[in-house]
Structures are given as structure tokens and as C-alpha cells.
Design a protein around this ligand. Structure first.
Ligand SMILES: [Zn+2]
Length: 354
């Protein structure tokens, strides 16, 4: 699986933009994709579309989609996560009255291979590991979407299994979005990037915010003299300088989710092979040896490291280019989210012939 490289460098545009602050990002997007953003905004005045986000677990689906709507049209886009929907249904199941209403809806609306009572039984007795039958998922999606005002949808978590790929071809008809354009947004992130995102993740024990010691530090860094380790101090004033911690399961990186990653990869391959539905391909990494020609330096994710003055105890945050091997073993840089979103904006603009 190799996605095309997208060039975000514009000859003659030498300004260095700040991609961290919302204001800096606004300026950056205006300079790099202003025309396409205006065309998409105009399109969304009278139209909506459905985008299926497909990427491996922790590939940044949510980050890219949220940044897209922050920049293009915050009030016209709805994020629809199947995972969130299932969690909400678990809450309904815990309440007797809500549960009865849900079952009533299923008795009236479910269509599929299993008798409805069996479906209800599987919902009541499922473990978090088992996937729910596709026909049930579709019925539940329809119920959720009918509660929303019609907007552009970013769908996360569907299709999930290989059997759901075919359903995705007719999804817009199933949910009553018949005349909408639909598009797959496929995301390619090297496993090594996902691995480091997990291994260096640190979580605040008080507010649960998560950051990354290597890729996304807080503004204040601490030092544990016993373990000779640097650590992140939560930026949230309410947390009173809580030290962010490594969660036990994160130590192993992608090892525990290897099966899941393989399933996700197979799903992306299948989606790539479908005809008649356009695809936007987002690439998180680019080979080091072509980087100079296709991206600007500030679009590359740096790696942070720390130096401590033995005498004063003062800690300095430093950064250097971060090189990772992609899934083919090619030394690569990982891109910051904004350039990936620029490529998403430009590709969508083209898919919709704007
Ligand atoms: Zn906190």
C-alpha cells in the first residue's frame, strides 16, 4: 500500500507559520489553501457530503477531521463515531425505561438474518470484544442519524469489518442522504509512528489529558532524580502541577493491538479497490530524501528532548528532526496535522469538481 506524496510546499512562499496556535493555523491555511477553502465553504452552503474515515487505530482520524471543520465550516459538519454511539447505547441499556424504548425501536425497525429477540439478546450479553451484527449496527446508525439535523457527516468506525465494506457503497441511501456525494478518506500512518505515540504517551492522573513526552510536551517539564527521568507537568492550573504518568498498557506500544492494526490495514486495502466511489488519500509521512522539495521544514513533526543543568536544575526543552522508518523501511518524517489537512482540503476540492 503506497499512497501518493502530496506537495504542500509553494514556491516563493517562505514565511514560517506557527502551526500550534489557532491564529497561526488560520494564516497558514489561508496561505496554502485559501482558494479551495472558499470553494468548499460555498459548496457547503447548499450541499452536504458523507466522508468515511478509514485509518488504523491511533492514526489521527479525529484530529484531521476536527481540524478540517475548524478551518472550513464548523457549523456544517457532524462527527459521527460508531464507538461513541455504542457507548451511548450501553448507557441506555443500563436504564430500564430507556432500554425498553430501544428494544421497542428494534422490534419495529430491525431487518436482518437473526430474529429480533436474538439480536436483543446479543446486545444484552455482548462483551466489548465481540462485534455486533452489521444489520443491527445499521439499524442503530439510522436511529442516531434521524435524530441529527442534516449536515455533512464524518463517519468514524464504519465500515469496520470486511463484510461492512459492501454496505458502505449504499450507506447514503440507507440513511436517507441519497443525493449526497460520498467519499472515502483513507489515512496511511507508519506503524512506527503509532508505536511511538503510544509508548511516549503520558496522562494526567487528575484531568486525564494526554500528551507525549517525545512528540507533544507540556510547557513545564519535571525531573525525577531517583529514576533520572524527565516527566511532563500538566498545564491545567486545576491539577496543581500533577506529574503526568505512563499507563501500564502503553509500555508495550502497538504489540497488544497488532491484530487490530492488521484488520484495519486489510480494510483500507479493500476500500482502495472499490470502484465508483472517490477516495482521498492522506499520507502522514514522507521519505526524508524528497522532503526538501515537497514540504516546508515547519510542517515536519519534531522530536523533543530535554537537557538539565546539574548546578541550577534548570531544564531546557530542545527539538530536532524526528526520523522514523515507514512500513517499507524508508527513513521518513512524520507530518504535523495541518499539512495533512491541506492535502485533504485540496483533494476534496478536486473530487467535488469545485
Ligand atoms: Zn491535568
Amino acid at each position: 500500500m503506497e499512497f501518493p506524496i502530496f506537495k504542500t510546499k509553494i514556491e516563493g512562499l517562505d514565511k514560517k507559520f506557527d502551526l500550534i496556535s489557532p491564529e497561526g493555523r488560520q494564516e497558514y491555511f489561508e496561505a496554502k489553501a485559501g482558494k479551495e477553502i472558499r470553494e468548499l465553504r460555498e459548496y457547503l452552503e447548499d450541499n452536504s457530503f458523507i466522508a468515511y474515515l478509514l485509518g488504523k487505530k491511533s492514526s489521527g482520524k479525529g484530529t484531521y477531521a476536527k481540524m478540517f471543520d475548524e478551518i472550513v465550516a464548523p457549523d456544517k459538519i457532524e462527527h459521527f463515531s460508531i464507538g461513541d454511539m455504542i457507548r451511548k447505547i450501553d448507557q441506555e441499556m443500563a436504564d430500564k425505561k430507556e432500554r425498553e424504548k430501544l428494544f421497542e425501536f428494534l422490534r419495529n425497525n430491525y431487518r436482518g438474518r437473526m430474529p429480533v429477540d436474538e439480536v436483543i439478546h446479543s446486545l444484552e450479553n455482548r462483551s466489548t470484544k465481540t462485534l455486533l451484527p452489521t444489520e443491527l449496527i445499521l439499524t442503530l446508525i439510522k436511529r442516531e442519524i434521524s435524530k441529527l439535523e442534516k449536515k455533512t457527516l464524518f463517519v468514524d468506525g464504519f465500515p469496520r469489518g470486511l463484510d461492512q465494506i459492501d454496505f458502505s457503497l449504499f450507506f447514503r441511501d440507507l440513511i436517507g442522504y441519497r443525493d449526497d456525494r460520498d467519499v472515502f478518506v483513507l489515512i496511511d500512518v507508519p506503524e512506527k509512528v503509532i508505536d511511538e505515540r503510544i509508548k511516549w504517551r503520558r496522562v494526567c492522573p487528575a484531568c486525564q489529558t494526554s500528551r507525549n513526552l517525545k512528540l507533544l510536551p507540556t510547557s513545564k517539564i519535571g525531573y525525577d532524580a531517583g529514576g533520572k527521568e524527565f516527566n511532563l507537568i500538566c498545564d491545567n492550573p486545576k491539577c496543581q502541577e500533577a506529574v503526568m504518568v505512563l499507563k501500564e498498557g502503553d509500555k508495550m506500544g502497538i504489540e497488544p493491538i497488532r491484530d487490530r492494526l492488521e484488520r484495519d490495514e486489510e480494510l483500507i486495502k479493500q476500500a482502495l479497490g472499490l470502484y465508483g466511489i472517490p477516495k482521498v488519500m492522506l499520507r502522514n509521512s514522507i521519505p526524508v530524501d524528497v522532503a526538501r522539495d515537497v514540504v516546508d521544514d515547519y510542517e515536519i513533526t519534531p522530536e523533543y528532548f530535554y537537557e538539565r543543568d546539574e548546578k541550577t536544575g534548570k531544564i531546557e526543552i530542545k527539538e530536532r528532526p524526528w526520523v522514523v522508518k515507514d512500513d517499507r523501511g524508508v527513513p521518513s518524517y512524520s507530518l504535523m496535522p495541518p499539512p495533512v489537512v491541506v492535502s485533504m482540503i485540496k483533494q476534496l476540492d478536486e473530487v467535488f469538481n469545485l
